[in-house]
Design a protein around this ligand. Structure first.
Ligand code: NQM
Length: 351
């Protein structure tokens, strides 16, 4: 490692963008690593003008890759959220969008060998301890990013990256419903506190005087709304076994409404302070799961698909996620299709 230049792959993963590093190219000491990542991204600064971050939480993300420490995985993936305007780096959440780039990046960096036209990459998601399976297109012995799969929020078509997950219920909160309740009332608002891969709080948009169709800009410009949502988040953190979440990027806050475009449920999400331009992968899986919890606000608003494939509506289209639940309410599996693209490979120079 040299601070003159740190080896870095800059990739789009789903609807996010991030810097992918080999763990060996970063300091092993966490504080030194986080300090370096802040300087690489240009944080704290709302414009991240002196770094490579895109001045948005969705483009200020990091994946740290290493050979897997587990027999049931090929690569270890640690996700780190680099806050834009605070000197904070958090590993207290995973990220299913950045996950889409992990298989390609692991192959590009020689951590995983190509195995035919399509290569299975088993990814140990270090943040939650769970395993994801990614199928990567590898014709002719190398990663192909070209293909015909379109995802909402990304222009054009690319190679599909199917992702499947097992055992993600309670990923960070210990249980699917950490309070044991379908509904908790916080500050007078009915909320489902739930974690099927991402700690989320799911509430009716109408309980905030909203239709649920508002734009990202409108919601971010509504200071009173943001204050109310944040007050609920801070109270819910300890209830979800997450402790004090003042400086954490979870739980994510969802305002849901009835679907408007033929999907299963309509969403707007605070992640947790900015509003998502689309929706997170594990977050969408978690909200889809909330629609299956009897008596929850989401269940009453949702239109259930017949085949477990949920079209989760969001500000820039829909994301399809798959949720397989047993009759007893246990989650058997979940999945999603993303795309990813290598944007840049080289050395990044921290300030
Ligand atoms: O929920 C943003 C993203 C995410 C998270 C965020 C994600 C997920 O879209 O799996 O992908 O919620 O901070 O990158």
């Amino acid at each position: 490692m040299s601070e003159d230049g740190v080896r870095c792959l800059w990739m789009r993963g789903g609807t996010s963008k991030g810097a992918y590093f080999l763990a060996g190219d970063l300091p092993s000491d966490e504080a030194a690593r986080d300090d370096l990542l802040l300087r690489i991204m240009g944080s704290p600064d709302p414009r991240q003008i002196d770094g490579i971050g895109g001045a948005d939480p969705l483009t200020s993300k990091v994946a740290v890759l290493s050979a897997s420490t587990r027999d049931d995985a090929d690569v270890d993936y640690l996700f780190l959220q680099v806050f834009v305007d605070q000197a904070l780096v958090s590993g207290a959440q995973g990220c299913g969008n950045i996950l889409a780039g992990v298989g390609p990046a692991a192959i590009e960096r020689g951590l995983v060998a190509v195995a035919g036209e399509e290569t299975d990459v088993r990814i140990h998601m270090v943040n939650t301890g769970e395993i994801a399976l990614a199928k990567i297109q590898t014709p002719g012995g190398k990663v192909s990013y070209a293909g015909s799969t379109e995802i909402a929020g990304v222009p054009g078509a690319h190679a599909s990256v199917p992702l499947t997950f097992m055992n993600i219920a309670g990923s960070m909160c210990g249980q699917l419903l950490p309070t044991g309740n379908a509904v908790d009332v916080i500050d007078g608002v009915e909320a489902t506190l739930i974690d099927n891969g991402m700690p989320c709080i799911v509430m009716r948009a109408s309980d905030f005087g909203l239709t649920g169709d508002e734009s990202r800009e409108d919601l971010e410009g509504n200071a009173a709304l943001k204050e109310k949502v944040e007050a609920i988040r801070l109270k819910a953190g300890p209830m979800m076994n997450l402790g004090d979440v003042k400086e954490a990027s979870v739980p994510k806050m969802f305002l849901v409404s009835a679907p408007k475009n033929g999907g299963a449920i309509s969403t707007r999400s605070f992640i947790p302070h900015r509003v998502h331009a689309s929706v997170g992968v594990f977050a969408a899986i978690t909200v889809a799961t909330a629609t299956r919890i009897d008596g929850s606000p989401a269940a009453a608003l949702a239109v259930q698909p017949a085949d477990g494939r949920y079209q989760v509506e969001h500000p820039t289209g829909m994301m399809e996620v798959f949720v397989d639940m047993g009759d007893d309410g246990t989650v058997k599996g979940a999945g999603n299709v993303r795309t990813a693209r290598k944007l840049f490979d080289g050395l990044v120079f921290p300030r």
